[in-house]
Design a binder for this molecule. Sequence first.
Ligand code: ZN
Length: 277
Amino acid sequence: MTPAVIAVAITGSVPRKRDNPALPVTPEEQVRSTREAFEAGASLVHIHVRAPDESPSSDPALFAAVQEGVRRHCPGMIVQFSTGGRGRDPSQRGNALELRPDMASLSTGSVNFPTIVYENPAALVTDLATRMQANAVRPEIEIFDLSHLHGARRLVDAGLMDERPHVQFVMGVKNAMPAEEHLLDLMLGELRRVLPHATWTAAGIGAQQARVMEWALARGADGVRTGMEDNIRVSRERLASGNAELVRLAAEALARHGRRPATPAEARSMLGLGVAA
Ligand code: ZN
């Protein structure tokens, strides 16, 4: 069976703890939840951190605490920091890149979100890409709209990124790209034209998580994404008991498509990363 990278987005930046108390927000909770997800088959963790009042934070000390715990308890797991915007000062979004996580998310354009404009002006995108390159952090390009693929191509042309970035299509964010199967085909067609060597995955938000995962696997994606950042339920009736339960569901989806969870070493090789720090 061909391996696939299961990425787990453990926390996110939307205040959901009141909706699902299993959402991890302190570094201790985040490390514990990541460890459970790792043991269930996740090989990449996508990390946002929260201030003590649970608001989104850019504090490098919090990122450092989570990274240190993940490296200790989840050997080889790919650590990916978010440089995403919700609730964070734009000038602070790259603050933790000096900690040299394996990867960081990078949005290459702006888009409407449920209640805000997610602002990624070109100068900020260039600045974040420059700092990632300086710290040997591999980007995961977040694609919320078609033009974001061209934004990624511009970074390659500017020498700020190699020809083989990891790309994630994000579908089902209210006011952004809808979760519709034909749109994934459209985006993939354009990806193969402008970034033919890229690896890719897709994320579905809320109730779309499982459907988008199926579409991605049916098209031979290099990975899938799950986790409580995107979805806190396993069904309309029941909340997820934690990130690990969502990872187990992802592993079941992989098996239906003749795939299995990548080991950390396999995931690193697939995404062009070196051996674990
Ligand atoms: Zn995120």
